[in-house]
Structure formats: C-alpha cells, structure tokens
Design a protein around this ligand. Structure first.
Ligand code: BES
Ligand code: ZN
Length: 613
C-alpha cells in the first residue's frame, strides 16, 4: 500500500514537472488545464464578519480532456479541510504544493479518469487579498459591516479554489449564508430587491465565465430600479444619489446593442461600494461594482459605467486568453466606451475623452520609458505579478490602435467586423495572435495596402507610440487652451471665461498646468475656482498633484482627508508617488498612510507599500 502511494506520488510529481516544461498560454495559473477543465462551480459559503472568514465548500464539475489521475487547482491563503469525489463523497487524497511567488499554492487532488466532480471543503484567511472586510465606520451608514470581493486578475484563488485563468470558463451557482440584517449580491442571476428573512441567498450564472468574474458582496444594501433590465444597489443613504447619477443606463445598453449586437446577460445592475473599493469599476457580469467617487452629483463621470457595460462584450463575452493579452479586454473596452458616449452625448464629448486618453498615453510611455517592453500591447509577464501589466498601455495604446483601424477601414466596415467578431467568438477566449489572424482574414486580406498603413507590428510588438497614432482634436478643449493662454499672458484667473465648462474641461485645464507652477499662481487659481473644495474626485486627484509640486500647504488638510477616505488606487498612487519625491513630502505621506492603510484594500496597499518603503 505504502509503496503504491509513493509510486503514485512520484508519477504525479513527474507529470506536474513535465507539464511545467511546455510553454503554456497562461503563465499565471498552476492548474493542469490542458488535461482537465472545470465546467461548473457550485459554492456554498457562510459569511462570518467576526472572524472575517468565508467557509463552506466548492463543488467543481470536471471535463477530462485527457483522462487523468490528478486535478490541480489554484489556491492562495486557503485552508483546505477535506476533499471528496463525486456524489458519493468518497474522500480523496490531496496535497497543497509549495508556494509559488505571486501565484499561491497548487492544490493537487488525486482523482480517477472517471471522476465527474470534486468537492473542496475550505475556509479563507482573514487577510485574503480578494476580500475586503469593512468595519461599520468605513461604510456610508456607519452601522453595519460590509464585504466585497475583487477577483481580477488572479485573486479569485484567495476565496475559491479554482482554475484561476481567463482561458477557462464555467457556469456557477451559489448559496450564501449571511447575517439576516445584510444582503448578499453576486455576479449572477438571483439578486433580490429586498433582504431575505433567513439570510440565505441563491444565485445562478448560466453563461460560462472565467474565474476573475466571480464576485460577491454583502452589506446593508437597497435596490432602485432604473428600467426594465437595469437597476442600482447601494447603501440606503447612497442609493437615491446613485439612481440619479445613472439614469442613462438603459440608453447606454441600447446604444451598445446597436453598435455591437445583443446584450447577452439579461440584466445589467450596478453596485455602488464604499469608498475603499480599489478601482473605479469592475465589470462583474450582470452586476458592475463601482466606486462611490463617480457620484459627482452632475452625472459627469458616467463614462465609467459605459466602460464597465462595454466589458459585457469586450472581456466578458470575448475574453483575453491570458493577462499578456490584457489589451484585448481593456483597449477594446475603452474604444467601445467612447463609441457609446459618442452615441449618447455626441462627438464633442467623446473627442474630449479621446484627447485625455492620448495625454494619459503619452504620460504613461514617459513613465515606463519609450523603449520599455511594458509599452507593447502584447505583454510578457512571466515570473511577474500580472498587476505589473495593468498600466494605461493596454487601455490607451489599445484604444488608439483600434481607432486607427476604424479610420483605416472606415467606420461602417469596422463596425460590421466588430459585430461579427463578438458574435462569432462569444463565450470564448482570445489571444492577440488569434485576433490578428481574424483581422487578417476578415479585413486585411481584402486590401494588402492597408497592412502597411496599419503597421500592426509597431502597435502590438514594438515599444512606444507608433508614428501613425491618430491625433484627436477637441474644439471644446481649444476653448480651454485659449483661456489658459490668456491667463499665462496676464488675464487674472477670476476673469477667465469658463462658462459651461464640465469636469472634462477642468481636467484638461489642470493637466495642462506646467509642473513648475509658482505657488502664487496656484493660490490665484484656488481663489478663483475653489479646487481644494471640489467634491469631484477626478478634479481633486489632479489638483493635489499640483499642490504637492508647489508646496501649497493650505490644501494638505483636504488632501489628507482625501487619502484617508478614498481607496481608489488610480488616485492614491500618483499622490503618494508625488509626495515621496521630497523628504518632507515622504515623511508627511508616511504619517497619513499609517492611519489610512488599514482602510485600504490589498490591491491599493500593496502598491503604496512599494512607493513608500
Ligand atoms: N477591469 C478593470 C479593473 C481591473 C483591471 C481590475 C485590472 C483588476 C485588474 C475595469 O474595467 C477598469 O478598467 N476600471 C477602470 C475604469 C475605467 C473607466 C478605465 C478603473 O477602475 O479605473
Ligand atoms: Zn476595463
């Protein structure tokens, strides 16, 4: 018996070694996905706010592509209690392998070629990276705790043992047990309009999704309907403000459908989270998770919703096969987002977004270095955290490549192509190479001269910004430039003509301020326009960078409060980075950070730790 066990262990290890020798498409999963794939996940989890632990079981249905004796799952910080096979619940042998940097530990389960399902009994760690457990004081209502997950890119494995790569898809169902004064919602069908009396919630996701779209949130939530297939969830004191901000969601869904085909997920709801949510938005299917910092009160930041909605096609229907192909998710989505905005609010509006997108791209390339491999669309993130590749390049260089395609092929042909692309590749994953082959077959082969015009190689496999990058022009921003020039030439700020300016005009104005702006000039602007007192997070995020550069101490109180309250990494990272450039700034930053860090999500504090260490 012992010898047999040893033998099977050795063969198991040898095959793990052998499969590690082949170059896989996805280098961020330890799962043996070339042998067996999970087709359905059934979760049964209890939510314990006292211990900050999720516990229960995950039952995974298997499709064995090659009949095999082992199933390897991704886990990180999970405690595995027991594993059983099939409906008979036969106990199974399992081991947790050595921790692999960034990736966690493989859970290696002995199965037979006939095994149809495995059930893993487990619990999460209170420090699980995907989970943020909020104290009541961190919520809007201040009375009840809150929990949310963030699975993208490779954090699902910290709350569900799974094949945690975007190249595998599964349907899922879930039963969640919560305290009765809270509501559970998930990226699935089954979200209810009111709390249940027993704290038990059932969910069903019948469309196959990759693991990074698994999502759960639990809190004191209320629902407001926005139309026949959309609505918003938020804490009671936030939900009406959110419903006001998002009135146009139904129109956005229709606009998106007109562009690129039917919405395939039935409902589209938005969950507004407490401010520590580390992203602007996350495209969890059927239920976008969003930061409350987009509730500006004037609907000026709703392009974020257009973005997350657009992911219902680019990303959630046609999914990047690995994190090296991240631009297929985000570049397409920025392009699609701007097309939705153009349809709803006009070209003047979307061109403002495009100009800001180009500015950000230029800044990111300067940041990373024009010869950095990380400025290529196709990334190489082997032995790295996929988070390293999640820069503006995928978003903004990706956007401009697709815009160049539109300009090269003509809008009509390009739109037909994209519509077909989403339809024919729905519910599958896509590599950069497969996309380029598809482009070649459907559009490029018709006219060879277009190939040279596009210069795909410069965009996808070469660093920097290609020479043929489209140059958007915004008439609206030309007005801003005119006022800016007048101010530079001596017109007092208070006499500039800023009538009708929206958040985007102000952002453009702020981004064009020189780095070396003198303190008096900054004070003059603040007296004229009250930037420090702005309630708009995008404006504050930009303004504080100038305050740091010019050492405008009056703003530090507001900046400290902003850092204490907002958890969105996009704002935190540049502010802490700017502060860290001087010894006094760094000292002040460390003081604030010490108090703020316990309130941040791991996604944010891992980044800031690196900046302030
Ligand atoms: N999918 C991303 C968020 C994300 C990216 C999570 C990488 C984890 C890893 C989401 O769609 C996104 O791009 N959010 C942006 C907003 C958008 C308007 C650019 C954000 O959070 O800032
Ligand atoms: Zn996105």
């Amino acid at each position: 018996m012992k010898a047999m066990l040893l033998f099977s262990f050795v063969t198991l290890m040898l095959s793990v070694f052998a499969s590690a020798q082949k170059k896989p498409i996805d280098v961020h999963t330890l799962a043996n996905i070339d042998e067996v794939v999970v087709t359905h996940l059934n979760l049964d989890l209890s939510v314990n706010f006292d211990t900050k632990i999720l516990s229960g079981s995950a039952t995974l249905s298997l499709n064995q592509k090659k009949k095999t004796h082992k199933l390897v799952l991704d886990t990180k910080e999970l405690t595995i209690e027991k594993v059983t096979l099939d409906e008979k619940n036969t106990p199974a042998q399992f081991t947790l392998g050595e921790e692999v940097k960034y990736l966690g530990k493989p859970l290696i389960i002995s199965i037979t070629p006939k095994t149809k399902s495995v059930t893993v009994h487990y619990h999460t760690s209170p420090t699980a990276s995907a989970l943020q457990w909020l104290e009541p004081s961190q919520t809007a209502g201040k009375q009840k705790p809150f929990l949310f997950t963030q699975s993208e890119a490779i954090l699902a494995r910290t709350w569900v043992p799974c094949q945690d790569g975007p190249g595998v898809r599964m349907t899922y169902s879930a039963t969640i047990h919560t305290p009765t004064d809270l509501m559970a919602v998930m990226s699935a069908a089954g979200n209810s309009e009111t709390k249940t009396s027993d704290g038990v919630y059932h969910f069903e996701m019948n469309q196959p999704i990759p693991s990074y779209l698994l999502a759960l949130s639990v809190g004191d939530l209320e629902f407001r309907s926005l139309g026949k297939r959309s609505g918003v969830y938020a804490e009671p004191s936030v939900v009406d403000k959110a419903a006001y901000e998002f009135v146009d969601i139904e129109k956005m869904i229709s606009a998106a459908e007109e562009l690129y085909g039917p919405y395939r997920w039935e409902r589209y709801d938005v969950l507004v989270l407490p401010p520590s949510f580390p992203f602007g938005g996350m495209e969890n299917p059927r239920l976008t998770f969003a930061t409350p910092t987009i509730l500006a009160g004037d609907r000026s930041l709703v392009s974020l919703v257009a973005h997350e909605l657009a992911h219902s096609w680019s990303g959630n229907l046609v999914t990047n096969a690995s994190w090296n192909d991240f631009w297929l998710n985000e570049g397409f989505t920025v392009y699609f987002e701007q097309r939705i905005i153009e349809k709803l609010y006009g070209r003047d509006y979307s061109e403002m977004l495009a100009v800001l997108t180009l500015k950000e791209l230029q800044k990111e390339v300067a940041n990373l270095g024009a010869i950095s491999d990380d400025t290529k669309l196709k990334l190489d993130l082997i032995n790295r955290d996929p988070d390293d590749g999640m820069t503006n390049i995928a978003y903004n260089k990706g956007y401009f490549f697709l815009r160049l395609c539109e300009e090269t092929f003509g809008r009509e042909e390009w739109d037909n192509f994209l519509k077909k692309y989403f339809a024919e590749n729905a519910f599958t994953s896509m590599t950069t190479e497969k996309f380029l082959a598809y482009l070649n077959k459907n559009l490029l082969s018709k006219d060879k001269s277009l190939k040279d015009k596009l210069n795909i190689n410069a965009w996808v496999y070469t660093a920097g910004i290609p020479e043929n990058c489209p140059q958007p022009v915004s008439n609206e921003f030309n007005k801003v430039t005119a006022q800016f020039d007048a101010w530079q030439k001596g017109t007092p700020a208070s006499q500039l003509n800023t009538q009708g300016w929206t958040t985007h005009h102000w952002l453009y104005f702020l981004r064009n301020l020189p780095d070396s702006l003198q303190l008096e000039k900054l004070i003059e602007l603040d007296y004229a326009f009250y930037f420090t007192k702005s309630g708009n997070s995008e404006i504050l995020g930009e303004w504080f960078l100038h305050c740091i550069k010019a050492k405008y101490e009056t703003a530090y109180g507001a900046m400290g409060r902003f850092l204490m309250n907002a958890g969105r990494r996009k704002f935190l990272k540049p502010i802490y980075t700017e502060l860290a450039k001087t010894p006094e700034g760094k000292a002040w930053a460390k003081e604030v950070y010490e108090k703020a860090r316990p309130g941040y999500h791991s996604v944010s504090f891992n980044t800031i730790d690196g900046i302030l260490k």
